[in-house]
Design a protein around this ligand. Sequence first.
Ligand SMILES: Nc1ncnc2c1ncn2[C@@H]1O[C@H](COP(=O)(O)OP(=O)(O)OP(=O)(O)O)[C@@H](O)[C@H]1O
Length: 323
Amino acid sequence: MIRVSNLTKDYGSRRAISDLTFNIEKGEIVAFLGPNGAGKTTTMRILSGYMPPSQGIVEVNGFDIIEQSLEVRRLVGYLPETVPLYPDLSVFEYLKFMADLRKIKQAEDRVDEVIEMVRLGDRSNSYIGNLSKGMRQRVGLAQALLHKPEVLILDEPTIGLDPAQIIEVRNLIREVGREHTVLLSTHILPEAQQVCSRVLIINKGKIVAEDTTENLQNRLTGSVRFRIRLRGDASAAAQKIGQIHGVLHAQAADTDLVEFESAPGQDVRAEAARVIVQSGLDLLELQPASLSLEDIFLQLTQEEEPAPTPELGQPEPAPEMEA
Ligand SMILES: Nc1ncnc2c1ncn2[C@@H]1O[C@H](COP(=O)(O)OP(=O)(O)OP(=O)(O)O)[C@@H](O)[C@H]1O
């Protein structure tokens, strides 16, 4: 559905993305994951036909982004990071205005449809300025859906929302993802895990990994991590767990918390629980501990050992990530 080959974009002398190559198949929901400034917005603007690339080829359903940009725009719905909404218009008026701009036939019916799709039926006549941020984001999604695009490109759709709104918007994306091909950008790994089937990780303008979230975590760690909460001496417990065959590493992460890593394919959970109980400690909780995006980034950047490029300047320290 989307084919990207050797995509590069320069802003003057600054290279924002460099030689990106990836494909997205019809029906996939793919996360574009990366820290601030990685090049997500730049890539998404090019893919939606809003900005030309400096080099490289992008095709959407076989249409070239430069030669056939009208066809591409017809196929793609774009939700920018900041949606330009008009606070003095009602939800209906704004969407009708956008539908007219796009010359959509039977615009009023289509506006009613998209308002229902994003579950704003009861707010159709509310002024946009009076809506919550989560609702405004849904209005943005509605405008991206107006022309029945096959592909949705969503730039950080949950940024700035509160936890309840985040859940709502993620559910909505999952729902529209049943009928659309979706590329969404995020800098939050759990978001990618919960909503997407596949992840492209971008760092400093380059794709540094591409896989399912599950494979990515396993591939990067090659091991499995667990966390045990207990009542008693966590340091002594960590020492005992560290002696179990198949445990690579164990440490007391807090006074009541032990974290340990087991070798791939070795299920040491039962033995770890036994060791705790036999030591006279109370086992309160044993659960897998997933890697944070920060961990993954650190691993990727350390593995990659990025070479300084004149365009991007000297490598910077690893960015701060939200887990
Ligand atoms: N209009 C512009 N002019 C010059 N440089 C730009 C422009 N837009 C982006 N950049 C630079 O290009 C790089 C990539 O930015 P981009 O906005 O694509 O990243 P991003 O991953 O979307 O980050 P964020 O999550 O902060 O939006 C950054 O170094 C940024 O400073």
